[in-house]
Design a protein around this ligand. Sequence first.
Ligand code: SAM
Length: 252
Amino acid sequence: MNMEKPKVSVEEYLWVAHFYDRMMKHVNYGAWSKYVMRMFDLARRDIRDVADLSCGTGRHLHHFIKAGFHCLGADISMPMLRVACSRPTVKNRLWQQDARHPAIKENSMDAVIMLFDSVNYLRRENEIRQLFEKVDRILRPGGLFVFDTVTEYMIRLHMTEYFETETWDDLAYERRSAYNAKTRMQYNNFSILRQGQLIRERHSQRIWTHKEMTGFIEKSPLTLLDARADFKKKPVQPRTERIHYILLKPKT
Ligand SMILES: C[S@@+](CC[C@H](N)C(=O)[O-])C[C@H]1O[C@@H](n2cnc3c(N)ncnc32)[C@H](O)[C@@H]1O
C-alpha cells in the first residue's frame, strides 16, 4: 500500500462522491423534499418546472420527479453527477453547470432549489449576489427560489473539531472538521483510503449569518417571503441550526 505519499485532491467531491450517499445515509431526503414542496404553496403561479442547481447525487431530484414535477438537475461536480446518473429516475435530466452562471433559458422555471449546505459553498459575497441575479433570470414571474444554509450555532455545536470515520469493503474514510470563527470558514478534511491509495480532499464552506443573507436578498431582484428554522414553519432564532429561505420573483 502506498501510505507515504497521499494524493491531494483540490477538487471538492472528486473522491467524496464515491461514498457521499453512504455518508449521508442518515438523511431523510423524502421528508426534506416534502418540506420544500410544501413551500411551493407560497408561489404566485403553478409550479411545474423545477431546477435543482446543486443536485449532487440526485437524491432530492428523485423525490421531486416522483412527485410529478418536471425537473432539471445541475451540479458543478462531474463525479457527483456520475453517481446521480446511476439513478434511473434522474439520469436523463442532468447537466454539469455552475450555479453562479447556469446556462438555463430565461423565464423557463417555476422553482429553483439548492439544498443541503450548497449555498455555503459559495464563499464570497459577490458569488451570492451573482447567484440571486442568475436565478431571477431563470425564474418565471411568481416563481420561487428555495435554498438552505447552516448556521454558526450548528457549526459550533456539531462541527467544530468534529471527527468521524467509517470503513467499508471498498474504501475507508476519516473526516476531521474545523471552524475558524474569525473568517467564519468551516473546513471538512477527508482522508480516503481506496485501493491502497491515500487521498486527501478538503471542503470549505462559508458560514453566512442570517443578517448577512437577508441583506444580500434585500439588494437582489428577489423578495424574501419567509425564512424557516429547522425543518419547521418557525422563525429563525439564535439556536436555529438550519435556515430555509423562500424567495419570490415578483410579478412586474
Ligand atoms: C452538500 S452537497 C449537497 C448535494 C445535494 N443537494 C444533496 O442534498 O445531497 C453540496 C453540492 O453543492 C455542489 N456545488 C458546490 N458549488 C457549486 C456551484 N458553484 N454550482 C453548482 N453546484 C455546486 C457540490 O458539487 C455538491 O454536489
